[in-house]
Design a binder for this molecule. Structure first.
Ligand SMILES: Nc1ncnc2c1ncn2[C@@H]1O[C@H](COP(=O)(O)OP(=O)(O)OP(=O)(O)O)[C@@H](O)[C@H]1O
Ligand SMILES: [Mg+2]
Length: 239
């Protein structure tokens, strides 16, 4: 069986045309900076590196494929939402830099073999912001539900969801963070272990700053979401 993604045609990408990244850096010589940005530009403009996209970002492989870059359009300062104020501006999602903060915060967080990608760095320019992170060797659960890829041979439904449940519980209880967008498209299956991998912290929130009632309500709703996804996956396996 082959779990590799097919090369997706260029047209399906979010941001057609050449990307001019123009990222700024706080340190390093100008020459080194521009060489690096040129390298990133070449990488994201090469269709062979395209991995996948979501509603907000486009993900491309970098280097030999161990890391990847999630490219997002900068939404401008007026739309930058602090995660703490999420309720008011919820439909906008987190600013890319807030998303990067969550990824960094969770870079060492692992529960029952479940984890998220490690952050490498966060970059921003006038038009695009980017998160450079570990590229997961994993299959997107939504793609499996869609029938685009088979379940990996070592996939065990009960084991997978026990682990996912434990991770989400600890995310709330120990890290005081809410994922905020727990959907099959933001859950991946690690190809080697078959364990869950969690991605996309574009709607994550800090539970620590919320009133107790809200914190309980949102945590409970997200914990129930795990069960909802489990039912979807179970039905897919049956059919
Ligand atoms: N670190 C990673 N390693 C491998 N694949 C990834 C990684 N991050 C994202 N992807 C792939 O790229 C897709 C888009 O990434 P992501 O979900 O972060 O984007 P988004 O636009 O914020 O999504 P959404 O529509 O859920 O808001 C994912 O669904 C996943 O298939
Ligand atoms: Mg997503």
């Amino acid at each position: 069986m082959n779990f590799e993604r097919p090369i997706v045609e260029h047209e399906r990408r979010h941001f057609p045309g050449r990307h001019a990244l123009e990222f700024g850096f706080e340190s390093g010589t100008d020459e080194r900076r521009s060489t690096y940005v040129e390298y990133l530009e070449r990488a994201v403009n090469n269709p062979k590196n395209y991995i996948d996209r979501g509603g907000a970002g486009e993900v491309h492989a970098l280097g030999s494929g161990q890391i990847c870059i999630k490219l997002m359009k900068e939404r401008g300062d007026e739309n930058i939402v602090d995660a703490y104020e999420q309720e008011i501006h919820y439909d906008l999602g987190n600013a890319p830099r807030t998303e990067a903060w969550f990824i960094e915060e969770l870079s060492d967080f692992e529960v029952e073999g479940v984890r998220s990608p490690a952050l490498v760095e966060y970059l921003e320019g006038p038009e695009y912001a980017a998160i450079v992170m570990e590229r997961l060797e994993a299959i997107n659960l939504q793609h499996v539900l869609n029938g685009k890829f088979p379940f990996p041979p070592n996939f065990d439904l009960d084991d997978f969801f026990e682990r996912l449940e434990a991770y989400i519980y600890e995310l709330h209880d120990a890290k005081h963070l809410l994922h905020g967008d727990l959907e099959p498209r933001n859950v991946m299956i690690d190809k080697r272990t078959g364990h869950p991998r969690i991605i996309d912290f574009g709607r994550s929130m800090n539970l620590a700053v919320m009133p107790e009632e809200k914190r309980q309500r949102l945590s409970r709703a997200e914990e129930l979401k795990v069960e909802e996804i489990r039912v979807k996956v179970m039905n897919r396996i049956k059919n």
